[in-house]
Design a protein around this ligand. Structure first.
Ligand SMILES: C[S@@+](CC[C@H](N)C(=O)[O-])C[C@H]1O[C@@H](n2cnc3c(N)ncnc32)[C@H](O)[C@@H]1O
Length: 248
């Protein structure tokens, strides 16, 4: 089982502080909120800074799990953060001794697992925490989406940080078709002070067919495959692979 301790983007507070500016509420969180209707309990695996976690917790019992203390510190401090049970833990190994009506793993957190062994372990964690009628959803980028096939990619965008002001954020990535691993660097330049921060990480791309076979092996059944967070069906060239399912 790999260690993720060398992934600074979430572990290092000086980088984690930019996460919310770079990743805002979107259709993924809307989708999860709709799926949560009627659920009395929810588990957010890889909850990060906890924006969705806290929103889910307004009307139900919610646990958020993440191994990165820097991300959890932001999560705990957000409005509504006091309603969530935060657990510093690893989605591959955590066992909470209870089950949930909804389990989510958003923000492509599934792609941080770089080996099949780690992916299976995370899927087994989902299976072992689902209530008999509980549902799960997660997202992983489709390796066959045309736009993801650029072997090299770079971009720069302007963000607004609530305390630091204008930020220039850049990312640079390299995709290895042979392994399905994308290596990337995220950087932030605080325009008012000139301070610069950057960190590197890796994510794994997995095909829908491989995902399906791993999910079947751990006892998960998929009810719907979506190709984006607007709820459109998955197809070979879809941007995302988003399974929604239950225990088999
Ligand atoms: C891209 S962020 C997604 C955060 C959040 N789910 C969202 O949608 O904004 C990926 C998260 O996965 C977490 N992560 C990394 N390794 C993990 C592991 N082994 N188990 C659970 N979470 C992990 C990171 O710390 C980070 O918070």
């Amino acid at each position: 089982m790999n260690s993720i301790s060398d992934d600074p983007l979430y572990r290092d507070p000086s980088l984690a502080q930019f996460y919310d500016s770079a990743n805002r509420w979107g259709p993924d969180f809307d989708f999860c909120m709709t799926l949560a209707e009627g659920a009395q309990s929810a588990l957010d695996l890889g909850c990060g800074t906890g924006e969705l976690t806290a929103a889910l917790a307004t009307t139900r019992a919610v646990t958020g799990v993440d191994p990165a203390a820097a991300m959890l510190d932001i999560a705990k401090a957000r409005p509504g953060g006091d309603k969530v049970q935060w657990v510093e833990g690893d989605a591959r190994t955590v066992r909470l001794g209870k089950t949930f009506d909804l389990i989510v793993l958003t923000g492509h957190a599934f792609q941080v697992f770089l080996t099949e062994e780690d992916q299976r372990a995370a899927l087994a964690t989902i299976a072992s925490h689902l209530s008999p009628t509980g549902r799960f959803v997660f997202d992983t980028r489709n390796p066959d989406f045309q736009g993801e096939r650029d072997v090299r990619h770079s971009s720069v965008r302007r963000l607004e940080h609530p305390e630091l002001g204008a930020i220039e954020a850049f990312d640079e990535s390299h995709y290895d078709e042979a392994t399905g691993i994308l290596s990337y660097e995220n950087g932030y330049h605080v325009l008012s002070t000139g301070a610069r921060f950057s960190g590197r990480a890796k994510i794994l791309y997995t095909s829908r067919d491989k995902l399906l076979s791993m999910m079947e092996d751990v006892g998960l059944a998929v009810e719907a495959w979506h190709g984006d967070w607007d709820g459109n069906p998955f197809h070979a060239q879809a941007r995302e692979i988003i399974p929604v399912g239950r225990l088999a």
